[in-house]
Design a protein. Structure first.
Length: 125
């Protein structure tokens, strides 16, 4: 069965808000997402939903009121729609929050893409 899986990992943690380090964190999550996709699952990152909204809402800096009002709340709403969570990377309060949402609701959390159950092959029209 194909699962929709939230990829959760550090975004700002340990970066000092350095754009290059943040980009490396996003790249790591997207690399994991690609592995999930190639295995037949549908990966999602909260960042894919939140960042365009944050920009459109006029945020001036990571962590400002606009950013804080969107970033984690969007991730929580995305998480509620997912079948499980792939937790990657190091320390991250936000990623740990996502893990806690999944475990509190009895949904699985994996730590490596290869730990997910096999997906059904895609049907192409």
């Amino acid at each position: 069965m194909s699962l929709m899986v939230l990829v959760a990992g550090p975004y700002r943690s340990g970066t000092g808000d350095d754009p290059e380090l943040i980009a490396a964190n996003v790249h790591a999550m997207e690399h994991a997402a690609l592995a999930l996709w190639q295995a037949g699952h549908l990966p999602v990152l909260g960042e894919w939903f939140a960042l365009p909204l944050i920009a459109s809402a006029g945020s001036r800096a990571r962590g400002d009121a606009v950013w804080d009002g969107i970033f984690h709340p969007v991730a929580e709403k995305v998480a509620a729609r997912c079948d499980g969570c792939l937790r990657i990377g190091g320390a991250s309060a936000g990623a740990d929050l996502m893990v806690s949402l999944f475990t509190a609701n009895g949904r699985p959390v994996w730590h490596r893409p290869e730990d997910l159950p096999p997906a059904a092959p895609l049907i192409r029209a």
